[in-house]
Design a protein around this ligand. Structure first.
Ligand SMILES: CC(C)(COP(=O)(O)OP(=O)(O)OC[C@H]1O[C@@H](n2cnc3c(N)ncnc32)[C@H](O)[C@@H]1OP(=O)(O)O)[C@@H](O)C(=O)NCCC(=O)NCCS
Length: 195
């Protein structure tokens, strides 16, 4: 059962639906839970995600979807399923902006199932959602926090044109370890100058 109020859900505008050359970014649905549990719960994916267990039970994935739908309804951000245009029902990853409305900033997050790695999909999806964040959500700053050693994600953020803003040492706990985090960020005017 969704833990969001029916009234709130009715009052909220629909989640964005964004098409890119090869992908669709669409609203999450509860029936995406098995795909999320299987793909994000793979240890090669979960390794660089902060709070994803391996294995990842479907019931937890459903709770995560509930929480992310609630983000949108309450203006705290947006999380979208990533799917190929030719198979929009088949989730291959997710991309999100966690919004801090008072500061007009949001944190970008994303992951893809390993079968979808290495095709430029993360860059394509993140690029589209960052564009939406600056143009539709009127954000002033979008940033990302990358756990140490995650070179592929650093590269994605560089390709988006984000600036490496340095390292926060021992900033995030993952399992029993405190890890360094590389900060990447971009300001609104930088995005429009680049576009
Ligand atoms: C990070 C992730 C989303 C990248 O997805 P992707 O679709 O393969 O990314 P893209 O293809 O758009 O770009 C990846 C880039 O990293 C490069 N790359 C991949 N592995 C790399 C490595 N070990 N070292 C350096 N660069 C690497 C690729 O060559 C590519 O760069 P290029 O286009 O200049 O060749 C995916 O690996 C993933 O889901 N990882 C686990 C979860 C995660 O890390 N999420 C992000 C948390 S901040």
């Amino acid at each position: 059962m969704l833990d969001i109020g029916a009234q709130d859900a009715l009052a909220a505008p629909p989640s964005p639906h964004i098409a890119t050359p090869r992908l669709v970014l669409r609203e999450l649905r509860l029936d995406d839970a098995p795909a999320i549990a299987a793909q994000a719960g793979d240890k090669r994916v979960a390794k660089y995600l902060i709070a994803v267990p391996t294995p990842y039970p479907v019931v937890l994935a459903r709770r995560w979807i509930d929480a992310r739908l609630s983000w949108w309804i309450h203006g705290r951000g947006v999380t979208l399923a990533i799917a190929r245009r030719e198979a929009p029902d088949e989730l291959i990853g997710t991309v999100s902006l966690r919004r801090f409305a008072r500061d007009r900033r949001a944190e970008l997050g994303y992951w893809l199932g390993i079968d979808a790695w290495g095709k430029g999909y993360a860059t394509e999806a993140a690029d589209a959602l960052v564009g939406h964040g600056f143009s539709q959500l009127r954000l002033s700053r979008i940033y990302a926090q990358v756990l140490e050693g995650n070179e592929a994600s650093c590269r994605v953020l560089e390709k988006l044109g984000m600036t490496n803003e340095g390292i926060r040492r021992r900033h995030i706990r993952k399992g029993k370890k405190l890890l360094d985090v590389v900060m990447f960020g971009m300001l609104r005017h930088e995005w429009f100058e680049r576009s």
